[in-house]
Ligand binder design. Structure first.
Ligand code: SAM
Ligand code: SF4
Length: 463
């Protein structure tokens, strides 16, 4: 039987949705570790179970309620064995639905929104005697109250890390709940971000992704009160010893400032990969979505980015079946996909979200049409993804080795273009950056071998 200190409690954290939630989940683990909780990979046996939820589409919300039903049964079973289990719902469903969650699932002890989780210890104490909800939106500098991760926790999480630099969104795309669940745009001060990244690097992190709902709108307070944009912040991050790779996500096309585009040319640590969602290829639909740019403006922006960094790999998000989308609007989206040749993309059926302007629009597209369009779009996206991956075969690229591979003797890592690679190697270890000759492209990974001394890195990889 497992032995653990009598004071050590177990917490199971399950995050749904975006990278912001992955980051928030880790920060909640850091707070709870100060309260004597250690993380456990499964809900069984946990004293505290925390669901860090996503509200972006209806399916994501339904998943949460399904999961809560299972957790209620577990809570009852554990109680029969003398263990009292607390269930916490955090994240964007908590923010959007608040006390409604406890009405639908009375087994939930605490509901805490994404801007209130730094108050978890006090809220848990309160929830010991009564069911509690905290969905205050104003950010009373949540980040200033979060304990830093311990060196041990950083090492356990690996050599790649997400760092939230910006939260919330002021864009109000007609379909999107983010401005309501995460609140107004907020940028963390430069000094606070740098302290966090220096700490990560000191414990072995080499690869950081700066994240935010609208990360390229970053405008944080720099030294002397000056306002720094994302490009300047990344130049500073690149100076941190040990940080070899930098990325950022998610960006809005309207916030691709000139200096940010130039950073893709000038900053060697900035990886040649950019997630720049366009959502649709029809100007009529882009206007109805309140994206505030046209398809041609997006095309011209891509041209400028490619002029700065010709080998950049691009990815996007797409929504099919936005209200009023005709066959010809959808064809415009397919055309844009073919013209840009994205290295990868996410695509979704439009999901009406309560409280968003698009939910009240007429002309909702029928589900069968949405399904058929999604299938066609995904075929095109997959075609381009495979083409991009197959174009790598025979090239030599730098791979940062991040973890053990699927089979003994294999290590797994990423190319600068965010492609997963498996290599056979006896002589390398996690954290090494090695030149790899790509020999084969599988459906989800590339496979390669370590390059010999004469096999020089390939340039200009884009198709
Ligand atoms: N801030 C990013 C941007 O401007 O594109 C993305 C934020 S959102 C978390 C991620 C993606 O979810 C969006 O890019 C969009 O494609 C998708 N999404 C958001 N709301 C949606 C909805 N109501 N229905 C379907 N997909 C949605
Ligand atoms: Fe949502 Fe992104 Fe639009 Fe903001 S910019 S409203 S996060 S889709």
């Amino acid at each position: 039987m497992e032995t653990r200190p009598a004071t050590m409690k177990k917490v199971h954290i399950k995050s749904f949705g975006c990278q912001m939630n992955v980051y928030d989940g880790q920060r909640m683990a850091d707070i709870l570790s100060e309260q004597g909780y250690e993380e456990t990979a499964t809900p069984e046996g946990a004293d505290l179970i925390l669901l860090n939820t996503c509200h972006i589409r209806d399916r994501a919300v339904q998943k949460v309620y399904t999961e809560l039903g299972k957790l209620r049964d577990l809570k009852v079973a554990q109680k029969a064995n003398g263990q009292h289990t607390k269930i916490v719902v955090a994240g964007c469903v908590a923010q959007a639905e608040g006390a409604e969650i406890q009405r639908r699932q009375p087994a939930v002890d605490l509901v805490v929104g994404p801007q209130a989780y730094h108050r978890l210890p006090a809220l848990l104490a309160e929830a010991a005697s009564r069911r509690t909800v905290d969905t205050d939106l104003p950010i009373d500098d949540k980040f200033g109250h979060l304990p830093p991760p311990t060196p041990k926790a950083i090492r356990q999480r690996g050599i790649s890390a997400f760092v939230t630099v910006q939260e919330g969104c002021d864009k109000f795309c007609a379909f999107c709940v983010v401005p309501y669940t995460r609140g107004a745009e907020f940028s963390r001060p430069v000094a606070q971000i740098m302290t966090e990244i220096e700490r990560l690097a000191a414990s072995g992190v080499q690869d950081v992704t700066l994240i935010g709902q609208n990360v390229n709108a970053y405008h944080g307070e720099g030294p002397g009160g000056a306002v720094w944009g994302l490009a300047r912040l990344m130049q500073r991050v690149a100076e941190v010893p040990g940080i070899g790779r930098i990325r950022y996500t998610t960006s809005h096309p309207r916030d691709m400032a000139d200096d940010l585009i130039a950073a893709h040319r000038d900053l060697p640590q900035l990886m040649p990969f950019l997630h720049l969602p366009v959502q649709a290829g029809s100007d009529r639909i882009l206007a109805a979505m309140n994206r505030k740019h046209t398809a041609d403006e997006y095309r011209r922006l891509i041209e400028r980015i490619r002029a700065a960094r010709p080998d950049i790999a691009l990815s996007s998000d797409f929504i099919v079946g936005f209200p009023g989308e005709s066959d010809s609007d959808f064809e415009d989206t397919l055309r844009l996909v073919d013209e840009v040749g994205f290295a990868s993309s996410y695509s979704f059926k439009y999901s009406p979200r309560p409280g968003t302007p698009a939910a009240d629009l007429g002309e909702q597209v029928v589900p069968a049409v949405m399904s058929e369009r999604l299938l066609r779009l995904q075929e095109r996206i997959e075609h381009h993804r495979q083409a991009f991956n197959h174009a790598m075969v025979g090239r030599t690229v730098e791979v940062l080795l991040e973890r053990v591979g699927r089979h003994p003797g294999q290590l797994a890592g990423k190319t600068p273009y965010l492609q997963a690679v498996q290599i056979e190697t006896e002589s390398n270890q996690i954290g090494d950056r090695v030149q790899v000759v790509i020999e084969r492209a599988g459906s989800n990974s590339l496979f390669g071998r370590k390059a010999g001394p004469d096999e020089v890195p390939s340039k200009e990889l884009a198709a």
